[in-house]
Design a protein around this ligand. Structure first.
Ligand code: GCV
Length: 689
């Protein structure tokens, strides 16, 4: 007996941890126990629900589970009720979501208590910035999963189908129910017959998983694709062109979701080219989609170089149009007023547009947060935005409530996330970037979830020892204390760390040009529009630093409801996290810590670097509990992450020091790089993507 035990033990120790590519995402735990599923109907969606239970059951062996589509007033939309005996819902999709939740509870060790769970938003949509040639704008995980260039670009292969199916399943498992398949900088080609044929193939695979297909459209498509003389939204021929196109789409794709439009923004065409308003443009499309139940998601991401403050512009342009949009138009608003920066206050449009449906747009792909090189868990950033109080209908008028229909009567509610998905084996480039996809889905379903809960679930699903593995037992010993707790802490701190080493105290948009990965506070090539340069945003000079958006400055503060307008206007009441967003202050200004502004900046940059160093140490210690492949890949990314955090600190402190002319406090590590070198190298050049 003892010999056998020793052999088994030896086997366990000697066995290298199985390599995992990360391709299975958070769905890597497979059940082993039998279950009997009793289902009240038969359909593609219900079959998926039954299969998921049979393949993933981790509850009592041999238990019976009843899936019942049965009306219940407390269940809304595709919500569900978990009961002692199974899942009840008003819709088949509700059953599927309930099943995924039931399995998630089993896999994360949560009790299967009787609960009703309703989605916060009707539409929970991924935006893919994928181009027809297969490239992905701001994509850091390989090429598009939907499109490719070349001669066979429109041929649908079995490999394509298999991947789209996995994609659909992953999304459904976290409640995502819509995908915009192409870039908002849209090619008119996407509406051509050939491309629509491929869209149909994708839509057919996504549909049973409850995922509606949407397309980004170029406003001038009637002229560019249809050969019309104009794309003026009030021109009858333009209207007819869109009506015919929409009819064609629905004949191919039943249940098509609608259009996403970037208009009169960053050079894209729009209704203003014809002297019309955003409302004219959006309503024209909305009318064409209305008979089929489709919607228009119209983006409010607009800014012009002539205006002296980019942060004010979306509000200035859209507020006068409040109440002028059809009820199947939703205005899609980025979480902050500028552009997905590591930290921005919430966009003042939230809660302010009271007669128009408004949806938040979050960026899952880490354009400004280290791309797929840096470990940055974004849920805390989104939670911060969703929980921000707009005060628009009194205290408690959070961004979440002002967009999910609980504050205003919105015919449709929605939330969008710019996807971080590509052909990389692990889908997202960085194993931890999967957590951001996961977090978006979970928050879209329940916008009150805490980042802590989401991180906890994701870590358990992604790294818990797989019980089927021979080495499971040795790996699971101490797993919670050695992996779950420290890794969760690391994830929860990671966004704040990024803010610290990139842009603390309200600084923003001081990136190297174009690629937005490394630091570039000096970035201001001759002839470029000023709002595309860094000095426009940091305004550093010998007297101080920061963008004056107070009443004496650009007066962007006025776009916020009281008490926020006054609070933001005064540096002593402005939350320090937004200090330099709203204020231009002297280098010697006293911050809350008692330090001068310059010293505080030094301290924050240094703290950020130290935080990443700590992440490295945390990760090094989890080695016994993670498979070798994922362990090594994350470890190597963290090495790069640390190096680049140091570069951020050195570049920003040495650059700003030219203006402050103050010493770096002695208790802070000196910069290890030279400013001239940092200004010469372009971090992106050594980026692997
Ligand atoms: C898709 C930023 C990005 C662009 C992006 C744009 C947008 O400016 O850098 O790549 O374009 O936002 O959201 O439309």
């Amino acid at each position: 007996m003892r010999t056998i035990a020793s052999i088994v033990l030896l086997f366990c120790i000697a066995q290298p941890a199985n390599a995992e590519t990360g391709h299975e995402l958070w769905l890597r735990i497979h059940g082993v126990d039998p279950v009997k599923v009793i289902c009240s109907g038969n359909s593609p969606t219900l079959s998926i629900a039954v299969r998921e239970l049979e393949q993933g059951w981790g509850g009592e062996a041999g238990a019976s589970v009843v899936l019942a589509v049965k009306p219940d007033k407390s269940i809304k939309g595709d919500g569900y009720r978990l009961t002692a005996s199974g899942v009840q819902a008003n819709t088949e999709l509700g059953i599927l979501y309930g099943v995924y939740e039931m399995l998630r509870r089993q896999q994360t060790g949560q009790p299967n208590r009787e609960t009703v769970s309703n989605p916060s938003y009707e539409r929970r949509v991924l935006n893919h910035w994928d181009n027809p040639d297969g490239s992905v704008e701001r994509g850091y995980a390989g090429r598009s999963i939907f499109w490719r260039g070349g001669d066979d670009s429109l041929v649908v292969t079995e490999k394509d189908r298999a991947l789209w199916l996995e994609y659909a399943r992953a999304n459904a498992s976290i409640g995502i129910n819509g995908s915009v398949l192409n870039n908002v900088n849209a090619s008119p080609q996407i509406l051509s017959k050939q491309y629509l044929a491929r869209v149909k193939e994708i839509a057919d695979i996504l549909r049973p998983y409850g995922i509606k297909t949407y397309l980004s459209v170029k406003f001038s498509s009637p002229s560019l694709l249809g050969g019309l003389k104009t794309s003026d939204p009030l021109d009858p021929q333009t209207v007819q062109w869109w009506e015919a196109k929409v009819k064609e789409i629905y004949s191919l794709i039943p249940g098509f979701g609608g259009f996403l439009v970037k208009a009169n923004s960053e050079g894209q065409p729009g209704p203003q080219d014809y002297g019309r308003t955003h409302a004219d443009g959006a309503n024209m499309m909305a009318d064409a989609l209305k008979p089929y139940g489709g919607i228009v998601m119209w983006r409010a991401f607009v800014y012009r170089s002539e205006d002296k403050d980019r942060a004010r512009q979306a509000y200035s342009e859209f507020m006068p149009l409040d109440g002028k949009f059809r009820d199947n138009v939703i205005i899609q608003v980025k979480n902050g007023p500028v552009d997905f920066q590591p930290r921005e206050p919430f966009s003042p449009l939230f809660g302010a547009m009271k007669k128009t449906s408004v949806m938040p747009e979050l960026q899952i792909t880490q354009e400004y947060l280290g791309q797929s090189m840096q470990l940055v868990f974004l849920a805390p950033m989104w939670e911060e935005c969703l929980k921000s109080d707009t005060y628009q209908e009194g205290p408690g008028s959070t961004v979440a409530r002002s967009t999910d229909g609980s504050l205003f009567q919105q015919k449709h509610t929605a939330i969008a996330g710019v996807a971080n998905i590509g052909l990389d084996a692990n889908w997202c480039g960085h194993h931890f970037a999967q957590a951001n996809w996961y977090a978006f889905g979970r928050l879209a379903w329940n916008n009150g979830l805490s980042s802590e809960k989401i991180a906890d679930e994701w870590i358990r699903l992604t790294f818990a020892p797989n019980e089927k593995e021979p080495a499971a037992e040795s790996k699971s010993a101490g797993w919670v204390g050695s992996l779950l707790i420290p890794v969760k802490e690391m994830m929860l701190q990671s966004r704040e760390a990024a803010v610290n080493y990139m842009m603390p105290l309200g600084l923003h948009h001081i990136f190297a040009g174009n690629h937005h990965y490394g630091p570039g506070p000096w970035f201001a090539p001759k002839g470029i529009r000023s709002d595309w340069t860094s000095p426009y945003y940091h305004q550093a000079d010998k007297d101080g630093i920061g963008f004056d958006r107070t009443r004496r400055g650009s007066n962007a503060v006025i776009q916020y409801h009281e008490p926020l307008a006054s609070q933001f206007n005064d540096p002593t009441t402005c939350p320090e996290i937004y200090l330099l967003w709203f204020h231009h202050l002297p280098w010697t200004y006293k911050t809350k810590s008692g330090r001068t502004l310059w010293d505080e900046l030094c301290y924050r940059y240094d703290t950020g670097v130290q935080q990443v160093r700590r992440f490295q140490k945390i990760w090094d210690r989890v080695e016994p509990h993670v498979d070798a492949q994922r362990f090594g890949e994350v470890q190597s990314k963290l090495r790069r992450h640390y190096r680049d955090a140091q570069i951020w600190k050195d570049a920003c402190l040495l650059y700003f020091q030219q203006f402050s002319r103050l010493p770096i406090p002695y208790d802070i590590e000196r910069p290890v790089n030279d400013l001239e070198d940092l200004m010469r190298i372009d971090l992106k050049l050594s980026h692997h993507n």
